[in-house]
Design a protein around this ligand. Structure first.
Ligand code: BYC
Length: 334
């Protein structure tokens, strides 16, 4: 996917940087024509940096996002649910890999990005710092969290940076399956016994507000939206996406017979949208800054998984080297 650029940036080096005025003007003109920027193209340093920031945070979110659901693979209530969850968690790992690859085209090494995550210096989505206490949480994550992720990520398929936009197309296709499997779990619980329905309701009560926080701070507090919009990275603002998410989710909750934990939710005919209540931004920033219920556990679990998986990476690399060598010697013999 990333070899469409012939003159790809070598990891550890930086892309051609366009910080003089003329090249900046040419860059902005390309953005205005909706052309894709590719790794070998000249680009302003600030554009490159913001892409590395966002794409790496996104990659970390996918990989850390495997943890809250991964813990339920052995506890899934049936073989079918176990198989589905296993495939979903594996997909998230794959998304992380596409995204680390997209970030690498901007001249950073994957090792440096992973190191920052393990040192607790890199951000990832706030949502993954909340615990998965019941099986219903697995349904809620698929329905609400993947639903919010799709809302945010579909516009990124049209983002100006080619490798990120192309990665997002595949990711969004897979995320839509994830969202449907989550909805299916919640629907089964809602159609089950009163205790199962209560489990679904209790889960929605805990996850609703953190899901709304996933879209990021209010537009007025969003430091990056202005430039990211000018550069064709962000197509729709944090608040506009949050509103779209509320508008599609309220009728889904009604269909399921669930109550969203916000008494301010009400259709506003004048605006043509649902009104909703105030988000607790203190909680959001606390979690983003490392003080959420699971921040410390998520980072230490990631470090442990990385260390325990070292032998697998080494074995795969040794196997690849051996295969390449035997292919080369077969060629010489032929
Ligand atoms: N959590 O200026 P703003 C998934 C930070 S994975 C933590 O609005 P921007 C899934 C922001 O980074 C879903 N931090 O930023 C996986 C910035 O801090 P820095 C992940 C947040 O970038 C497994 C500061 O707040 N999706 O779907 O314009 C299982 C100011 O914010 C958050 C993506 O990563 C947050 N929620 O907009 C299931 C999508 N929000 O960097 C599902 C790609 C904001 O200055 N990312 N911050 O230190 C984006 O679209 C944008 O980066 C955001 C934020 C909308 C998230």
């Amino acid at each position: 996917m990333y070899t469409q650029a012939f003159d790809i940036v070598v990891a550890g080096e930086t892309s051609p940087v366009a910080d003089d005025g003329d090249v900046q003007t040419a860059f902005l003109a390309r953005i205005a024509r909706d052309e894709k920027i590719e790794p070998q193209d000249a680009m302003p340093e600030a554009y490159r940096k913001t892409l590395i920031r966002q794409i790496s945070q996104h990659a970390h979110s996918e990989v850390v996002g495997m943890l809250p659901e991964g813990g339920w693979i052995t506890r899934a209530p049936s073989l079918k649910r176990k198989e589905i969850l296993l495939a979903k968690v594996q997909d998230e790992g794959g998304h992380g890999l596409y995204l680390y690859s997209a970030a690498e085209t901007l001249g950073v090494t994957r090792e440096s990005l992973v190191e920052a995550l393990h040192a607790g210096k890199a951000k990832y989505s706030s949502i993954f710092n909340y615990p998965t206490e019941t099986w219903a949480d697995i349904g809620t994550i698929g329905w609400l969290v993947d639903g919010a992720a799709i809302m945010n990520q579909v516009p990124l398929c049209r983002c100006s940076y080619g490798p990120y936009a192309r990665a997002m197309i595949r990711i969004c296709k897979e995320e839509s399956f994830h969202q449907r499997q989550g909805f299916d779990i919640v629907r089964s619980l809602c159609e089950g016994t009163p205790a199962q329905k209560a489990m679904a309701q209790e889960s929605i009560n805990r996850w609703w507000w953190p899901t709304l926080m996933m879209f990021g701070p209010h537009d007025s507090d969003s430091t990056h939206t202005g430039e990211a919009t000018d550069w064709g990275i962000k197509r729709i603002s944090n608040d506009a996406l949050r509103q779209k998410f509320v508008d599609v989710t309220v009728p889904q909750a009604a269909f399921l017979g669930l109550t969203l934990p916000d008494s301010a939710i009400m259709w506003n005919a004048e605006r043509g949208h649902y009104d909703f209540g105030k988000i607790d931004w203190d909680e959001f920033w606390r979690v983003v800054k490392g003080d959420g219920p699971c921040n410390a556990a998520r980072v230490s679990d990631r470090v442990a998984a990385f260390d325990e998986g070292r032998w697998v990476r080494e074995a795969a690399a040794a196997h690849a080297a051996k295969s390449a060598l035997s292919k080369a010697s077969l060629k010489v013999a032929a």
